[in-house]
Design a protein around this ligand. Sequence first.
Ligand code: FNR
Length: 369
Amino acid sequence: MAHDNLFEPLKMGTQTLKNRIIMAPLTRLRAIEPGDVPTALASEYYSQRAGAGLVITEATQVSFQAKGYAGAPGIHTQDQTTAWKAIVDNVHAKGGKIVAQLWHTGLVAHKSLQPDSKAPISASDVKVGARTSLRDSDDQAIRVEATPPRPATIDEIKQVVADFAHATKCAQEAGFDGVEIHGAHGYLLHQFWVEHTNKRDDEYGGSKENRARLTLEVVDACIAAWDNDHVGIRISPQGAFNEVEAGYDEENNIWLIEQLNKRNLMYLHISEPDWVGGTPYSDGFRQRIRDAFDNMIIAAGGYTAEKASQNIQAGYIDAVAFGRDYIANPDLAERIRQGAPLNEQHPQTFYGGGTEGYTDYPFLDEKQA
Ligand code: FNR
């Protein structure tokens, strides 16, 4: 068997994963609008990938205000929760585990998707070069410039925290095995964390303690809504995503991870930036992350099975999440086990559309079309 250590079971909170190959969160922009409800096709797509040790859903809105991309689903209404329950049941029936990734896009949004067509909220009114997407008449994603943001009021910040807690409750009701807070990639929590987009002079801006306040309040609210064993978080230290650049801020990032560690979370998911042109992590930085966080660590971003196996062996991480390889290979874990070749990826069908490039990638025993 290739890369044996990827197939060792792994403790995640109170649960055990059957392997260490995880499906990364992947926005696919195929939800039903209006209402942002995931489809029956999504149920097929996720259950095809139940061979992963853990499936992490695409980023999923915690409120209508949290929406930045046409076609991204939510998990805050009853219809959404009911639709997710069918998906979760299907993944469980195939022997998989699945957690919901919860997001608020902040400034990576377009006003036409916002309640009352208002400008999206962020920490401040700093406009970055972020782009988002709308839908054309064929349900294909079209890229557009994000609408310049406005600073969130204190009441709106409190509402965001409450919305994450509510979404966590909805995820619990849908039967998910946990939630992953999206603290990465330049979305709302990250916009508060980095100095580039946070120019506030109240208790949510300035010092690192203040800039981390929203993230940590959200974490604490999600824990209060469920418990620490079912709440994980994804962050992207030194990320180069959505032009909300964090810079090389190693000390602050380690400090943030130490604060997260105090919460005894289900896991820490690190999105490494080199696949989008960011500086590759040094082994020294990986070791510092490991030293700062006691529970399960997942890494993602340009990994091969080989690199994942080595980094697990070195003790830097416990599991690996694959993004694009999971889009193109529903049976990725089995392919890695056998050392079998991977399907060719079709990036033009990553976002929006229907079955093509979604549920039609072949399994090992089928031929690629
Ligand atoms: C992503 N990624 C991503 N990340 C995240 O936290 N939430 C999301 O919804 C998405 N959506 C998304 C869609 C698509 C089409 C891509 C390609 C990527 C990032 C993803 O989880 C992962 O970190 C990257 O794909 C890098 O890993 P790979 O593809 O090199 O294995």
